[in-house]
Design a protein around this ligand. Structure first.
Ligand code: GTS
Length: 238
């Protein structure tokens, strides 16, 4: 029997968190190796395991998969969370890619310059409530089903719940005007595997705090000053 998948990243959410969510939803146990210092990452690079000298990387089924979306797509397909045909897969891709646009804004927001932080949060909330959440609210309302695609749990549902919880960390009542998303959140959160992952002690990571941010800056050598500017420019150097 194949061993557990092994995840290589730093000890934080970042790009790997969605992989953790998807594996948990698929009820797959996994191991993690954290790069805790720049030296750890350099050693991993020297080992030749990272195709682009970047993490995330996941060892699974004899492969060393890099590129977050490739990792997620493989896991989704392998564990039957990627629709039943090409049309459903494309719909799942369309939903997930939209979610990732918003997700990336949130993921990079801790790198915002302190004086831009308020603007960044407003920008995230504006995009969440004005652009992305209305799409998923309408999908659920129009087809009246429990899941976004094909009336069965998919990667899109898992990613949407993860995203909703992240946006709620910015503003706890952000779903106020989205009754279908409120129901969706309650429903998906109650699925036993998800419920387990949401409980303390799971491999779910907490939001980035100042210590985590400082560690990540050192590991990825961001200390020279690459900072995110409220969504319009990905990284602005100063
Ligand atoms: N497109 C890649 C993916 O989606 O996996 C980007 C990976 C990436 O940029 N990884 C960063 C890295 O390894 C770490 S993080 O941004 O995910 O925190 N950076 C080191 C480097 O030298 O690029």
């Amino acid at each position: 029997m194949a061993g557990k998948p092994k995840l290589y990243y730093f000890n934080g959410r970042g790009r790997m968190e969605s992989v953790r969510w998807l594996l948990a939803a698929a009820d797959v146990e996994f191991e993690e190796e954290f790069s805790k210092t720049a030296e750890d990452l350099q050693n991993l690079i020297k080992s030749g395991k990272l195709m682009y000298q970047q993490v995330p990387m996941v060892e699974i089924d004899g492969m060393k998969i890099v590129q977050t979306r490739a990792i997620l797509r493989y896991i989704a397909a392998k564990y039957n969370l990627y629709g039943k045909d090409l049309k459903e897969q494309t719909l799942i891709d369309m939903y997930v890619e939209g979610m990732r646009d918003l997700y990336d804004l949130i993921m990079f927001s801790p790198l915002t310059l302190p004086e831009e932080r308020g603007k960044t949060i407003s920008f995230i909330l504006e995009k969440a409530t004005g652009r992305f959440f209305p799409v998923y609210e309408k999908v659920l309302k129009d087809h009246g089903k429990n899941y976004l695609v094909g009336n069965q749990l998919s990667w899109a549902d898992i990613h949407l719940l993860e995203l909703i919880l992240m946006v709620e960390e910015c503003k706890s009542d952000v779903l106020l005007a989205f009754p279908k998303l409120q129901e969706f959140k309650a429903r998906i959160s109650k699925l036993p595997r998800i419920q387990k992952f949401l409980q303390p002690g799971s491999q779910r990571q907490p939001p980035m705090d100042d210590a985590g941010l400082e560690a990540a800056k050192k590991i990825f050598k961001l200390e020279k000053g690459m900072f995110y500017k409220h969504g319009s420019i990905i990284l602005a150097e100063f």
